[in-house]
Design a protein. Structure first.
Length: 252
């Protein structure tokens, strides 16, 4: 009996020691996101959202000393550049595409997302194919996945797209007629409208653009062992129902 107790104690001690040593060896991460409600956004000085809350739980689970306070809110184009340059950097929420596959290391998927093309209702624009998009002025977010998909799927040259740094800028331009179309998710578009005080009912979806899975994108300079630890933490939390609970909290 004593021998069995000793073995159990030793096993627990070794597990604790290994976990403690690993948490001490974790690097500090450059954690970046943007305003994209309800997945990642700032409210009353606090960064929250579905993807944010899940990441905070993951950091806690792996024993990291970092948390919500360490997340940086940057324009997407800046974060997208930094995550490609820095070691141990993570950017979320990021669309995983074949073009981006070898640019990052991935943890997830967090959720599926469908993107649409928006236009003013009053213009009564009809889009039946990607070729139809070439007839119009299109506003995009610089380095956003929708920009990249337009170039690939519609064959539109980057120079022919009107590039800005935020969804809000595109919506303002759409409202006053400086662009005819802009791609976005329903949640992203609706919440951006509300944030800048523009009625989302002025607009309509005129084309279903694409559907993709959303992830945490880590820099290539992040070690594979760390990616495995994050993925296991994600899987464990997801299997326990934590992600489902977080989504419900934000109405998803």
């Amino acid at each position: 009996m004593k021998k069995r107790f000793s073995l159990i104690f030793i096993t627990i001690f070794i597990t604790f020691l290994s976990s403690n040593l690993f948490s001490q060896s974790l690097p500090g991460f450059l954690i970046m996101t943007e305003n994209w409600k309800p997945y990642n956004f700032q409210e009353d000085g606090v960064i929250k959202g579905v993807s944010t809350d899940m990441l905070v739980l993951m950091l806690k689970k792996i024993g990291s000393q970092q948390g919500r306070k360490d997340i940086k809110l940057y324009p997407w184009s800046r974060s997208y550049k930094l995550v490609q340059e820095k070691k141990n950097a993570v950017l979320y929420t990021t669309t995983r595409t074949p073009e981006r596959e070898k640019m990052f290391k991935w943890v997830g998927p967090i959720f599926d997302m469908t993107f649409y093309i928006y236009a003013l209702k009053s213009k009564k624009i009809k889009i039946k194919s990607y070729d139809d998009l070439k007839k119009y002025k299109i506003g995009v977010i610089r380095e956003d996945v929708t920009e990249q998909l337009l170039v690939k799927k519609a064959g539109i040259a980057l120079k022919d797209l009107q590039r800005v740094t935020s969804s809000a800028s595109n919506i303002r331009k759409l409202k006053i007629g400086r662009v005819d179309l802009t791609p976005q998710s329903i949640d992203g578009f609706t919440n951006s409208c509300k944030q800048i005080g523009i009625d989302p009912n002025l607009f309509e979806t005129v084309f279903e653009f694409d559907s993709k899975k959303m992830y945490y994108a880590f820099s290539l300079k992040t070690s594979d062992s760390i990616i495995k630890v994050f993925q296991k933490a994600f899987d464990d939390l997801n299997n326990s129902g934590a992600l489902k609970k977080i989504k419900k909290k934000y109405g998803k």
